[in-house]
Write a protein of this length. Structure first.
Length: 357
């Protein structure tokens, strides 16, 4: 204590008292808004920070190519095993005398019966799916998609709820239409009858729609009312004594397609078709695709674990796998010819001289 005034010694606080003064009291700690400490809130959890060295990058590309190329080959072979018969009939089913004015023919009262002949080239194991294919039909148009009322389709109490169905909401007399809207109004109405060796091939139309649609989107006690009773008929008609949940052609049609070219399931043939079989088709060419230059096709197709015939999946996998394999070889050559010297300090950016100095 020599050399220091007594007043200074007496007024200077000790280190122990300073430490006690800076410590928070339990009451102050309880009233604080500071969050409780945890590694999660403070972002202190362990993290993986991989360094993408050339060896790692080359290995990843090789792994992707080894996985994708076999998947692509298997998918392509599975697609090639699907047997399809595609017959475009919209042009040939117009009489020669009416081909200069197809629109007047399709809208007129003439008989629309048309006979087609299909030949089976490969074994088609049951079930053989019967599709109709439309091209140039934009079911994804905004006004078209919105012209329906899902509440009306499910609940008979909403029969008069047609606010979103314009212009096909009510009849000219103001009576509500069930089902209303452009989607239902434009129901596909071409029909197909198939026979083989003078024996009719039965087309099973049960179970062609999604079960979830039948159970949840279309009511079992909702029946068509005033459908296609307007001045302009759009497409097919509905049986007013059958509930909407059992009218599967309508259910399939009202699951709108995302692209202008699409197929929809018409039914299934529950017998095998042998090579050389001649299938005679008697169809009713009623649906108007001529006003917008659309196309109509009848498709008979088998299916497998991949679905129908679709080369896109296999080609996509093969393309990605081949690209990754090419990049792996390219990076390997670059790494072998001119490897990166990670240990050389000159490669560090902060050790390089700025340009111009």
């Amino acid at each position: 204590k020599k050399g220091f005034p007594e007043s200074m010694n007496s007024s200077a606080p000790s280190s122990s008292s300073a430490g006690q003064g800076s410590a928070e009291s339990p009451a102050a700690r309880r009233n604080s808004k500071r969050p409780k400490y945890s590694k999660f809130t403070q972002q202190e959890l362990p993290a993986c920070k991989p360094i993408l060295t050339p060896k790692w990058v080359i290995s990843i590309f090789l792994l992707v190519s080894v996985v994708f190329i076999p998947i692509g080959v298997v998918s392509l072979y599975a697609s090639r095993d699907v047997v399809e018969i595609v017959d475009r009939y919209d042009a040939d089913c117009i009489p020669v005398s009416s081909r200069n004015d197809k629109l007047s023919y399709i809208q007129g009262p003439e008989d629309k019966t048309c006979n087609r002949t299909l030949t089976v080239t490969k074994l088609m194991k049951k079930p053989v799916h019967v599709y109709y294919q439309l091209e140039g039909f934009y079911q994804n148009h905004r006004r078209y998609v919105r012209s329906r009322n899902d509440q009306q389709l499910r609940n008979p109490g909403h029969a008069r709820d047609t606010s979103s169905c314009s212009p096909e909401d009510t009849t000219p007399n103001g009576v509500p239409i069930v089902p209303c809207g452009l989607v239902a109004w434009s129901l596909f109405n071409d029909t197909y009858d198939l026979s083989r060796n003078q024996q009719r091939l039965t087309i099973n139309k049960k179970g062609i729609s999604w079960k979830s649609d039948r159970d949840h989107k279309f009511g079992k006690n909702v029946y068509p009312q005033n459908f296609q009773n307007g001045t302009l008929i759009g497409g097919g008609t509905l049986n007013s004594s059958i509930p909407l949940s059992e009218q599967e052609d309508l259910i399939v049609w009202m699951r709108t397609a995302a692209l202008p070219n699409f197929r929809k399931l018409y039914g299934r043939i529950e017998v095998d078709l042998q090579p050389g079989d001649v299938i005679r088709v008697t169809l009713q060419n009623r649906y108007n695709t001529y006003s917008f230059d659309g196309k109509k096709k009848l498709v008979l197709s088998t299916a497998n674990w991949l679905g129908g015939k679709n080369d896109f999946v296999g080609i996509a996998y093969l393309t990605v796998g081949a690209l990754c394999f090419f990049l792996a070889i390219l990076f390997s050559l670059i790494y072998l010819i001119k490897p990166r010297q990670l240990g050389d300090p000159a490669y560090l950016s902060w050790n390089r001289n700025p340009v111009g100095r």
